[in-house]
Design a protein around this ligand. Structure first.
Ligand SMILES: C[S@@+](CC[C@H](N)C(=O)[O-])C[C@H]1O[C@@H](n2cnc3c(N)ncnc32)[C@H](O)[C@@H]1O
Length: 212
């Protein structure tokens, strides 16, 4: 994979990721991951699985293809699978969405669900990525999102815009101020179920259907 996802700092970021996230996971995210992922069945595409934090939440009727371009993150995700604590059948690949190996094996309309958790803040062009993901979904498929998003208030946005350059640098391209609501809509998704909540940052947690 490219240096963009595999520089020296990425190794440090990957090693620190789970410990740094543990408080927010315990208090705000893991229950929501369980609620969003626990009932998914069929073929699932997970984008940017990181250390594989979602893997324990998938049920036994899920068959997951998880994509992760960082070698250091992917190694941790593979370790989780090796521990045999996951009920689902999970495969991890280092492919990006436009990798020909992905499209060769999984043509348009192959997946029952696509899963994006804390990744739409980081991908280079979220609307383009979401549009690609939409093509991989079956007609009645669903996109699952758990993401931190742009603040609603002017003051909140001001703080996010101020902190974004440093945050982006420290957090491997993650951007604080993305309007993920708008990006989902622009890419042709509508919310079938959505919760907004705050835990230090504003978040959304939802199930999205492709507009036909
Ligand atoms: C903040 S981590 C989130 C990990 C995990 N999804 C979670 O819920 O904790 C973002 C992940 O997205 C990955 N990533 C960055 N750019 C990507 C891209 N273009 N396609 C897929 N994954 C990407 C990063 O390597 C990183 O592991």
């Amino acid at each position: 994979m490219s240096d963009e996802h595999n520089g020296w700092y990425n190794k440090i970021f990957s090693a620190a990721y789970d410990p740094v996230m543990s408080v927010v996971e315990k208090n705000a995210l893991s229950g929501r991951r369980q609620a969003l992922l626990g009932n998914l069945t069929g073929r699932i595409l997970e984008l940017g699985c990181g250390t594989g934090i979602n893997f324990e939440f998938y049920g036994k009727d899920a068959e997951v293809l998880a994509l992760e371009p960082s070698d250091a993150m992917r190694a941790q995700a593979q370790q989780r699978i090796a521990q045999n604590t996951c009920a689902a059948k999970i495969r991890v690949e280092g492919w990006l969405l436009d990798d020909a190996r992905l499209t060769a094996e999984f043509p348009v309309g192959s997946f029952d669900a696509v899963v994006c958790t804390l990744v739409l803040c980081t991908v280079p062009d979220p609307v383009a990525i979401l549009s690609q993901l939409r093509k991989f979904l079956k007609k009645d498929g669903r996109l699952i999102a758990l993401e931190h998003v742009r603040a609603k208030s002017d003051a909140g946005q001001w703080v996010q815009n101020l902190m974004n350059p440093l945050w982006r640098h420290m957090a491997e391209g993650c951007q604080l101020n993305r309007d993920t609501h708008a990006n989902l809509e622009q890419a042709g998704f509508r919310a079938a179920k959505k919760e907004e909540f705050d835990f230090g940052l504003p978040f959304i947690s939802g199930v999205y259907a492709p507009v036909q």
